[in-house]
Design a protein around this ligand. Structure first.
Ligand SMILES: Cc1cc2nc3c(=O)[nH]c(=O)nc-3n(C[C@H](O)[C@H](O)[C@H](O)COP(=O)(O)OP(=O)(O)OC[C@H]3O[C@@H](n4cnc5c(N)ncnc54)[C@H](O)[C@@H]3O)c2cc1C
Length: 354
């Protein structure tokens, strides 16, 4: 083993998996601002007031050779191989693992950042809803997985409020015909109004402006899409038009080979699979793979196959949508209690244990 300084930035699914795996055999520094792991795939539960599961990062790295630095990285000096941080001073590295993940994208829609609740503000949304004196109207923007899970969870937890789910295209439109039928039936059962084909042009304190007229709402949940953290592009790493780090088949930056990228921050394209989508489903295997490589395992190229997508539809229903290795839909789905139980088991499996 060499005495290279390995520094991992970001302690989400990808960064934490990389650090703890590599830390079985090597000294690793892990930089992230939070004291407790943020389980992002459960943020819709937080919005609905369910108990949060946030184990302490100190407990999660205990027993490994990981040194935690609680700080935010403010800049990366690639030439000097040094990270600048807000509270911990400069941190030099020989090998950098970039795992800063993603955040909600507002796509420049006026008022969206100011007047809506993205997943990052799930706890604030819960406080707002809990403080409502009477029935309120909620507009959830985004017909993808996050929007569907948010709308279902909020409608189930707050039957007194009216929930409307809006999508520029079709809510759940990427799923198989059976998957779509089930999702829409479940949302109807929970009292969610589905509003397909409506593009939001602005968010105001009173609701939404859309291409088909205004939609009044007491609170707006923004779940339209995610974008990678901007630091990689700012530092001068080779990134895609969307800002993900371009990596080779070993998850190594094509412009700076001493830098690796994993999780939502990385643009990974695999033969027969195409570009991997952002998700915990891809972030975790990337982190596990890289942790093994840095820990000294023979570096075979990263390999990954999709098997299923799963959605929670409140606490009593779920959908397991089977997919082919390239993430295209198969006609098979598991719904209702079995779908919910499989989703719950997957969420448990990706939950770091302290
Ligand atoms: C409500 C919701 C439900 C979801 N459900 C699913 C699902 O069912 N299945 C699925 O596959 N995906 C799901 N996702 C997406 C999934 O959460 C993300 O794809 C995943 O979290 C990406 O993991 P990551 O490790 O790349 O980054 P992240 O989880 O985003 O972690 C990034 C890390 O970087 C740290 N960081 C950020 N900035 C800095 C900085 N400047 N300095 C230091 N550290 C920094 C953060 O604090 C964090 O530790 C869901 C997302 C949401 C919001």
């Amino acid at each position: 083993m060499t005495d290279e300084r390995i520094v991992v930035v970001g302690a989400g699914y990808a960064g934490l998996a990389t650090a703890t795996r590599a830390g079985r055999h090597r000294e690793v520094t892990l930089i992230a601002p939070e004291e407790r792991f943020l389980h992002r795939v459960r943020q819709h539960e937080t919005a609905a007031g369910r108990p949060e599961h946030r184990p302490a990062l100190a407990d999660l790295v205990r027993g490994s050779r990981v040194t935690r630095v609680p700080a935010e990285v403010t800049a990366i000096d690639l030439a000097a191989r040094t990270l600048h941080t807000d509270t911990a001073g400069p941190v030099p590295y020989d090998v950098l693992v970039y795992a800063l993940g993603s955040r909600t994208a507002f796509h420049g829609v006026p008022g969206a950042a100011e007047h809506s609740y993205p997943a990052e503000r799930a706890a604030a949304l819960h406080r707002r809803l809990a403080a409502s004196l009477g029935p309120a109207s909620l507009a959830v923007v985004g017909g993808g997985a996050t929007g569907i899970e948010m709308a279902a969870e909020l409608a189930e937890a707050h039957p007194e409020h009216r929930v409307r789910l809006l999508a520029a295209d079709r809510v759940g439109g990427w799923l198989s015909a059976r998957g779509q039928r089930h999702v829409r039936r479940a949302l109807h059962r929970l009292g969610v109004t589905i509003d397909d084909g409506r593009t939001v042009t602005a968010v105001t304190p009173g609701g939404l402006e859309t291409d088909r007229g205004p939609v009044p709402a007491d609170a707006v949940v923004w779940a339209a899409s995610m974008e990678p953290h901007p630091l990689a592009a700012e530092a001068g790493l080779d990134v895609t038009a969307g800002g993900q780090v371009v990596v080779d088949d070993h998850l190594r930056s094509v412009s700076h080979p001493e830098v690796y990228a994993v999780g939502d921050a990385a643009a990974v394209t695999l033969p027969g699979r195409g570009a991997l989508r952002m998700g915990c489903a891809t972030a975790l295997p990337m982190g596990t793979y890289l942790g093994r490589v840095l820990g000294g395992r023979a570096p075979r190229p990263f390999a990954f196959s999709y098997a299923a997508q799963c959605l929670s539809l409140g606490r009593r229903d779920g959908l397991l949508q089977l997919v082919r290795a390239d993430d295209s839909m198969r006609p098979l789905v598991l719904t209702g209690t079995p779908g919910r139980l499989v989703k719950a088991a997957i969420v448990r499996a990706v939950t770091p244990r302290s």
